[in-house]
Design a binder for this molecule. Structure first.
Ligand SMILES: *[C@@H]1O[C@H](CO)[C@@H](O)[C@H](O)[C@H]1NC(C)=O
Length: 417
């Protein structure tokens, strides 16, 4: 299945190659022998344990995104699925075999042969939350009041995930305040305090929070930012602040199967954003969404060609606060909400009752302002290329070092959620 996508993708680039043949290097040329049986050899990138784990939880992330997006087809989606994956992975430390494998399957751990998943997870968290990434992520497991928790669960939880479980007091005001204080401390005040009370009837509540403020490698000239049209659909248009760069250097590819133009812009700290922009104005991004996997994104990252384009992109400042409980129930995780076995945590029968997510995401003109590196010489195009993010699009924020999906968004209306 994946190989098919890869071949189609190569074909898509071929269809486009007539205008960029001067940029082609030998290893970019598709091997004539690959037209038949797909090669099963695993990419060396995925042989690194941290990258392999990142690919697994990112695939969980794309699954979560798809369910979330289908539950609200007409709304923006902003998600950092990694924080939810982290909470689930941490919770699996307290799960007996049947329940543990339910969680591990959802996180695609069953496809990884790694005897020390939790140790590798610790490495991954350290890599993606390094200060230069500008990415903050934190996860927490919150239990019902008066629950007695085994220290044999708490110790490995702290060791690999750097988090202590929280037990509710039962006083809604105090509990809300405590959770807010924790979020403030973890996110360095970048996420607003919540006013929504902790729901009643909590047995296990998972909380995942994340924040990102992008720093472009090449900053935008704020004098070129102006109010411009954004097409919500074929009929409706709104005016939003758009940044522009008439001579942007970006990585680009046209996917003729997904009917979309893909572009990648680098961010400081070895990060990048990949945009998926349909050729036509449409709110139906299902076809693109269906194709998103760690492996597909990795292939895109390798196949895109550096070009120069006229770029416009809306300024963005989005936040999300709410439950993703229903989304997880629609994945392979329903049994965690019914009668799971968490006897490694406590003797009392407990089950997952809520999963909450809070996130903030922002980009504006800010960037390092450095010139593109000499290795990034754009292809010579015989015509100027336009890349205008002035209609619904999908973006993926990815850590280049590990391949981890850090944020994913469906932007139907850049004015906010
Ligand atoms: C969106 O597009 C997909 C495939 O392109 C199609 O199957 C689906 O019915 C469309 N959904 C809507 C709501 O139009």
């Amino acid at each position: 299945m994946q190989a098919l996508v890869l071949l189609l993708w190569t074909g898509a680039l071929l269809a486009h190659s007539s205008c960029q043949d001067s940029a082609g290097s030998p290893q970019d040329s598709p091997d004539p022998d690959t037209t038949g049986v797909p090669v099963e050899e695993e990419d060396p990138f995925f042989k690194v344990p941290v990258n392999k784990l990142a690919a697994a939880i990112s695939n969980f992330g794309y699954d979560l995104y798809r369910v979330r997006s289908s539950l609200s087809p007409a709304a923006n989606v902003l998600l950092s699925p990694l924080s939810v994956a982290t909470a689930l992975s941490a919770l699996s430390l307290g799960a007996e075999q049947r329940t543990e494998s339910t969680i591990h399957r959802a996180l695609y751990y069953d496809l990884i042969s790694n005897p020390d998943i939790h140790g590798t997870y610790k490495e991954l968290l350290a890599a993606i939350t390094a200060p230069e990434k500008n990415f903050k992520s934190a996860s927490r497991i919150i239990f019902e009041r008066k629950l007695r928790i085994k220290s044999s669960f708490v110790t490995p939880l702290e060791k690999s995930y750097g988090t202590r479980p929280r037990i509710l007091t039962g006083n809604p005001r105090l509990d809300l305040q405590e959770v807010n204080n924790w979020v403030q401390a973890q996110m360095k005040g970048k996420i607003a305090r919540s006013t929504q009370e902790i729901p009643s009837g909590v047995s296990i509540l998972l909380l995942g929070v994340a924040h990102f403020k992008g720093q472009w490698v090449t900053k935008f000239d704020s004098r070129k930012t102006s109010l411009q049209d954004f097409h919500l659909d074929e009929e409706r248009t709104v005016r939003v602040p758009m940044m522009s760069d008439p001579k942007a250097i970006l990585r680009y590819g046209l996917d003729s199967d997904l009917n979309c133009k893909i572009a990648q812009l680098p961010l400081t700290g070895s990060m990048s954003i990949i945009f998926f922009l349909p050729l036509k104005v449409t709110q139906n991004l299902t076809m693109i969404e269906e194709s998103l996997t760690s492996e597909f994104i990795h292939d895109i990252d390798r196949e895109l060609k550096t070009i120069q384009a006229v770029l416009t992109i809306p300024k963005l400042k989005l936040s999300y606060e709410g439950e993703v409980t229903k989304s997880l129930q629609e994945m392979k995780l329903q049994s965690l909400f019914d009668s799971p076995d968490f006897s490694k945590i406590t003797g009392k029968p407990i089950k997952l009752t809520q999963v909450e997510h809070r996130s903030g995401f922002e980009w504006n003109e800010d960037g390092a302002g450095t010139a593109p590196s000499p290795g990034l010489q754009p292809a010579h195009l015989t015509f100027p290329l336009d890349y205008h993010l002035n209609q619904p699009f999908i973006f993926v924020l990815r850590d280049t070092d590990t391949g981890a999906l850090l944020f994913i968004g469906k932007i139907l209306d850049p004015r906010g959620i």
